[in-house]
Write a protein that binds this ligand. Structure first.
Ligand SMILES: [Zn+2]
Length: 286
């Protein structure tokens, strides 16, 4: 089986060691915070309304713009994800299928058909992921948030993730045509998602620090640790290394997902080159 450059980089023993270091910290952190959560002492603020998210978006935007060194990025529209939206995707997918039109549509958190004509996996994926850990959507300049009743500490970094896709799009890294014509689309998606997941993690850490609120870290590591464990288990398996049992995702041997690979890749880049890895990648897209 041949691997793309991202997987090749991750399969290097040095990269696997970096992932072990990160997992060591993340697993300990999550364990500590899970205990607080179970004991009911993890402080969380009240959920926000959509209007509240509109109000706090400029601050979030400034944080990410500064971090990525970008200017003149437009403000995307924020919506609450609704059942109607889901059916809208169904309708769009069916229309495109019927017309046989080659159209790549980028919807976050799902494998995007690009060279493929089929929008069915996209639509199915969209439904399937409801209730999963994938709670935001970016489509054509719009950010949609699922279930606003959830803690703001959980949602704000997810809004940040979707906003990163908006930046990627405005910087020409997420153009429709680009996604359609690229043959190597899986690699591309790994980079796009890894970049967004890495900034999401950075944002959660920033909020946690600024607001002295560990709930941001808790919800972020709740997403990241399973991803990193699955990736680590797969990498060990591929490279013939015996995984450390505490980081092994038992029973997981297949189905690597673009977010997991991308996040691992960017965390290794961050370890090697510092946090500027995210701004640097935006300049080149490679
Ligand atoms: Zn994404």
């Amino acid at each position: 089986m041949s691997h793309n450059p991202i997987l090749k980089k991750l399969l290097q023993p040095e990269s696997i060691s970096v992932l072990e270091l990160i997992l060591e910290q993340d697993v300990a952190l999550l364990g500590r915070l899970q205990k607080k959560q179970d004991d009911g002492v993890l402080v969380r603020n009240e959920p926000l309304s959509l209007e509240d998210y509109h109000s706090c978006f400029p601050v979030l935007k400034t944080k990410i713009d500064n971090f990525l060194g970008v200017q003149d990025i437009s403000t995307p529209q924020l919506y609450e994800h609704s059942t109607n939206t889901k059916y809208k995707y169904y309708g769009l997918g069916a229309g495109v299928m019927a017309g046989g039109v080659l159209l790549g549509l980028y919807v976050d958190h799902h494998l995007i058909p690009t060279t493929s004509l089929s929008l069915i996996p996209l639509v199915m994926g969209h439904i399937k992921h409801q209730g999963d850990d994938c709670e935001g959507t970016y489509v054509f300049g719009k950010i949609e948030i699922n279930d606003l009743k959830r803690p703001r500490e959980q949602i704000l970094p997810i809004v940040g993730h979707e906003y990163v896709h908006h930046i990627q799009r405005e910087k020409g890294l997420l153009s429709l045509l680009d996604l359609i014509i690229r043959l190597n689309s899986t690699e591309r998606l790994m980079l796009l998602e890894g970049h967004a997941c890495g900034v999401q993690r950075y944002l959660a850490d920033q909020y946690a620090q600024e607001q002295d609120n560990e709930a941001f870290l808790y919800y972020n590591r709740l997403l990241d640790v399973p991803k990193l464990k699955r990736l680590y288990t797969w990498l060990c398996d591929q490279s013939g290394k015996k995984p450390l049992p505490k980081f092994e995702e038992k029973g997981f041997r297949s189905g690597l997902e673009v977010h997991a690979v991308g996040l691992g890749y960017f965390l290794v880049q961050e370890h090697d080159n510092g946090l500027s890895a995210y701004a640097d990648w935006l300049k080149t897209g490679n």
